[in-house]
Design a protein around this ligand. Structure first.
Ligand SMILES: Nc1ncnc2c1ncn2[C@@H]1O[C@H](COP(=O)(O)OP(=O)(O)OP(=O)(O)O)[C@@H](O)[C@H]1O
Ligand SMILES: [Mg+2]
Length: 348
């Protein structure tokens, strides 16, 4: 009864708390925050710069151009909270941007990775609650991505989603509103960047930062041979002479460097298929695999995965906002999706 009353007086927020990007939407309005999950602090402290406002876009502008006294950090890694204090500060800052005048604090639904441990889920719950939520609910990212991609998950046919973010790849087969089989692996965009950093060190004796590797990957990376292969320039530091140096890299080389992380994503998809009944797998032969998340924007990934898995594969519309859209839908139609949501502190 109290919950219902507060529901009438308060507002609802859907949050995709991602390793790379955080998106917040207000139910009844839509997306109000879409910013990088990063914070700029004074080196060796948790003091956020610019009077506590060097978060998200503002912190991104500082990245790579900071004096030694400033550190740009990501409070999340591999899809889960790594720095509790900074994550809470970041959430509070974003939730304040989404604040709507009301008598009650917001009810918040957060999308979380399927492989999250109880301790990690507790961290999401605590950070969100301390950042100002009156009630915290969680939904698996894969389910949110499937709903956000418009898959008919409530129907008695199998749908398959693969959400490739910055920290994790979430693979799931859904039917009748439930996840039938799933796998969450801590291999996604960041792992691709680390693989490229490794490649450049081994083949070019060049030490490159992960954001420079990400820039190169987005510029010329691909999963499938390109019609017109590309060439890009990368800046780093010579591993031996320790002086700044540039190197020219081809798109074939970038693709070669991504083979290992991409292989792990294929394994996750195959492993998920292995745990489905033949009826479900035969549904998927028709309905195919749908890709979401920013990592899915790697050119040729749909075609390459289709060859590797034998499933027709396509990208959903606007992959970067699929989880946020699905989380928003769950809250908007709360009574319909209530069964899919869990209280953030359940089982703890
Ligand atoms: N055009 C692009 N081409 C290739 N990759 C891209 C592109 N745009 C963004 N990305 C990658 O998408 C990733 C971020 O995607 P997304 O915002 O879905 O992740 P996230 O939700 O924050 O992370 P997670 O779900 O793992 O916690 C980054 O690794 C980024 O490099
Ligand atoms: Mg994500």
């Amino acid at each position: 009864m109290l919950h219902r009353l507060l529901g009438l007086l308060g507002y609802d927020l859907a949050i995709d708390l991602g390793t790379a990007n955080t998106l917040v939407s207000v139910v009844g309005e839509g997306l109000v925050v879409n910013e990088p999950s990063i914070v700029a602090v004074a080196e060796g402290t948790s003091r956020i710069l610019s009077g506590g406002c060097a978060i998200g876009h503002l912190a991104k502008q500082m990245q790579g151009r900071t004096p030694q006294s400033i550190e740009v950090v990501r409070p999340l890694g591999d899809g889960v909270i790594r720095d509790f204090e900074l994550c809470e500060a970041m959430l509070r800052y974003f939730m304040r941007k989404a604040h709507r005048p009301g008598l009650a604090r917001p009810r918040v639904l957060v999308a979380v990775p399927g492989g999250i441990t109880p301790v990690e889920r507790r961290a999401v719950f605590n950070s969100t609650q301390r950042a100002g939520a009156r009630e915290v609910l969680v939904v698996p990212e894969a389910k949110a991505a499937a709903i956000g991609s418009g898959l008919p998950i409530a129907e008695p046919v199998a749908s398959m989603i693969c959400d490739i973010g910055g920290g994790t790849t979430e693979v799931a087969v859904l039917s009748l509103g439930e996840i039938v089989a799933s796998q969450s692996v801590r291999t996604a965009g960041d792992a691709m960047d680390r693989a490229l950093v490794d490649y450049l060190r081994r083949h070019y004796n060049l030490r490159v930062g992960t954001s420079e590797a990400e820039r190169l990957r987005i510029e010329i990376g691909s999963a499938y041979p390109l019609e017109q292969e590309l060439v890009g320039e990368v800046r780093g530091v010579d591993a031996i002479g320790r002086l700044p140096r540039k190197a020219t890299i081809t798109s074939e080389e970038v693709r070669e460097s991504l083979a290992e992380p991409l292989g792990r994503i294929v394994e996750a998809i195959k492993h998920t298929l292995d745990r489905c009944s033949t009826d479900l797998v035969s549904d998927l032969a028709d309905n195919g695999l749908v890709l979401a998340g920013g990592g899915a924007l790697l050119p040729g990934l749909d075609r390459w995965l289709s060859e590797q898995t034998g499933l027709p594969t396509r990208l959903c519309g606007d992959p970067l906002t699929a989880v946020a859209r699905g989380t928003h839908v769950c809250l908007e139609h709360f009574d319909r999706w209530r069964g899919a949501l869990r209280s953030g502190d359940e089982d703890l």
